[in-house]
Design a protein around this ligand. Sequence first.
Ligand code: HSE
Length: 425
Amino acid sequence: MREFRIGIAGLGTVAQGVLGIIAKNGSEIAHRSGVELVVGRIASRSAKPEVDLLGAEFSTNLDDLLQDESLDVLLELIGGEDVAHDFIRKALDLGRPVVTANKAVVAAHGDQLFGANQPVSLRFEAAVAGAIPVIQAIRESLVANRFEHVVGIINGTCNYILTAMRDEGRSFEDALSTAQELGYAEADPTFDVGGIDAAHKLTILLALAFDASFDFSSVHVEGITGITAEDISYADELGYRIKHVGIARRTDKGLEARAHPALIPEDQLLANVNGVLNAVLVKTDAAGNTLFSGPGAGSWATGSAVLADVVATCQEPDAGVRQNSRSDVQRPAILPVEETTCAHYLRIPTRDEPGVFASVAETLSNHGISIEAAIQKQPATTQDIVSIVIVTQPVLESEAAAAVREVEQLDQVVGQVARIRIETL
Ligand code: HSE
């Protein structure tokens, strides 16, 4: 048994989870792993007298952590991008092992942080899917495999909102405000509902599973703000659930990398992952399909992943050199979203006039798009407007987008067409 001193940057939700778990399970961690954790120092913008710091020194200066050479591991739990990145960079340059939960920093700066000359380890299990050990699974447990796809529900806020919209028939705004009241969504929910948080996580999964660069800009991003209760109800009727998914997939043309809402057939596992839960479906050549599911956020759930990294770092402080070194790797090309192929759900608001369905069908047909299923109903509220809902057969994204633009120009079409991709896994 050896004592290790940790220093924590930040005193928010995740840091408090780490402290709570050490207070409760510290002796068990030591007994199991031989690593006795002592919280030596904490630095954060503001003090929180209500939080038990477990005897750690406290200051508001991050440099105090960097200068305290008695600390064996530094935990970056500040969040945000610039200050956190600066702290991690300085710590690594000083030769200090770091554990972070920061997906934005890893997604934007991973290539530099894990460069060939990286002197010490930087671990980041908590950055993707909270408590779920998916980073370890991809990097270690499935190391013998060639990855075919990694597809996940990786934003708990979106999943909570879409589940509440379906189960309780609520609008997006209403479900979002409940998510905020329950602490599932931030006061500023833009990163979550805009798909950016999921795209950060997908960037990391892409890099690990497919040796892609940590290049957030290569991921196609859409959020859930345009999803209506009407779409959820039509999707149900057609046998699908709407989920926000991150998709990394190897194809003959290149790697697909996209984070957006999608209709998933209701009998598939991912369609039934509800509420704030996350799930990641991994398909590889040797192991086949594996599914990882669990809480993707929350103080203790994320703290659990952080502490797994802390213990691993204490046991093998320089393992990151081997595991993270990313030089001499042939980077696969990311396929522009326009060149991907998907079936689509289209909801087309039209005037209730003879011939309108035929005009829509003809326009789609002119773009080589076949119709798989269609529904037309008259909503009770707007008597002169009907929604034509169409499920297409798989079609090239650029062709689907062009067809929708043309449909929107038809005289009888009275607003924007809702277009949501369909993913069959
Ligand atoms: N805000 C994230 C989510 C959790 O809702 O999944 C932290 O990544």
